[in-house]
Design a protein around this ligand. Structure first.
Ligand code: BMA
Length: 366
């Protein structure tokens, strides 16, 4: 009887395969894509904050092995964690113990797993060092760097066998936690060694695809959701000029900040919002055409001098666009002016609290 059942089961399976009914296994990446799409369908935008659990304004986690990582500037002000927490992998390529902002990679791994366990979502940026000069990601003294690490270049073996291997080891250690990975960001401007004037479009695409192929094909990682995130204030043609292709990208991002120049706060806010809406408008069309999710991968106003920035500037600019998330940059523990989210004691917190209570903005309840 048991054998007969087994046989019937096998026949059912075979015929399902033959008729094409058998669905491929859903990967952690697929699950995250579906989760993000479901927020977008409901008109919800997840709120994210860079490095939220590792440090904040004037504090940092000291003994991460003993710390349960419950401290967060965002939670201290709103009562809720950010739904998305961003981390930066800069330094992992060299096998460093801590990243470029002194976050121990052991702490980072623990924070990723802790945040995911609480129901949050994780995103990674990467500011790798300059492999040719030994400088940092902002060292743009040579336009030969990307060429040197691609196939045929003198640093190709170093890039494949050390840099990407170290990166792959860390990403693999996350136990399959799905994460949004957005390498080689802000690629049209020329402030990183992989930027617009530092390599050709072809070289940039090859760099992105080489990274994808190594992590996805050679390492078999199924937990990475790939986000392509150029800088702002560029045309749609510039945005797409370095697009590596639909196969390599799951999400369209944008890094767009407000800068207050001579024109003053009010005008800066208007300009920020107008430029943001212009970019999100063409990204919305691209997202539809290419069937991708979109997000505001980095934004913020350093030191938050505008008391109505969250509800008065940011929210009206993004609320009508189907972005899955918006992430504001880090609250440095060692640079008092370098923060992008309020912290306890900062005077402009009511606006942020009001933002956290909007029905279409999603935070994570502790
Ligand atoms: C930049 C600044 C730097 C930091 C880098 C990577 O925008 O915040 O201080 O080192 O991001 O996190």
């Amino acid at each position: 009887m048991e054998k007969l059942m087994l046989l019937l089961g096998s026949i059912a399976l075979l015929s399902a395969c033959a008729s094409g009914d058998k669905k491929p296994m859903e990967t952690p990446k697929d699950q995250l894509v579906a989760r993000l799409f479901s927020h977008v369908e409901k008109g919800e935008i997840l709120y994210g904050h860079q490095d939220d659990l590792s440090y904040g304004h004037a504090w940092k986690v000291e003994d991460w092995t003993a710390d349960s990582l419950t401290r967060s500037d965002v939670k201290a002000v709103t009562g809720k964690y950010p739904a998305i927490v961003g981390f930066d992998l800069g330094g992992i390529e060299m096998g460093d113990k801590a990243n470029l902002d002194s976050v121990d990679f052991g702490l980072m791994r623990k924070a990723v797993l802790t945040h995911a366990e609480r129901g949050g979502i994780v995103t990674f940026s990467w500011h790798p060092r300059n492999p040719l000069t030994g400088g940092d990601a902002w060292d743009v003294s040579s336009d030969q760097v990307v060429k040197s690490i691609l196939e045929g270049g003198e640093l190709h073996d170093l890039f494949m066998d050390e840099w990407l291997r170290n990166l792959g080891d860390f990403l693999e250690s996350l136990e399959g936690t799905p994460v949004i990975f957005r390498p080689w960001h802000e690629n049209v401007g020329s402030w990183f060694w992989w930027g617009g004037k530092l390599c050709t479009e072809q070289q940039y695409k090859e760099l992105y695809r080489t990274t994808w192929t190594y992590l996805v094909k050679a390492r078999g990682l199924t937990n990475l959701l790939w986000c392509y995130s150029p800088n702002s204030n560029i045309s749609v043609d510039e945005y797409m000029s370095r697009y590596p292709g639909d196969e390599f990208v799951d999400m369209l991002g944008l890094d767009h900040y407000e800068y207050v120049g001579e024109e003053g706060l009010a005008e800066a806010g208007v300009r920020f919002a107008e430029e943001l809406k212009r970019s999100l408008t063409y990204m919305n069309q691209l997202a539809k055409d290419h069937r991708k999710i979109m997000c505001l991968s980095e934004t913020g106003l350093e030191s938050l001098p505008d008391p109505d920035w969250w509800c008065g500037v940011l929210y009206p600019a993004i609320k009508d666009f189907p972005i899955a998330y918006v992430l504001t940059w880090r609250n440095a523990h060692d640079k008092p002016e370098h923060f992008y989210a309020p912290w306890p004691g900062f005077e402009n917190t009511p606006d942020f609290s009001a933002f956290s209570q909007l029905s279409d903005i999603v935070f994570l309840k502790p």
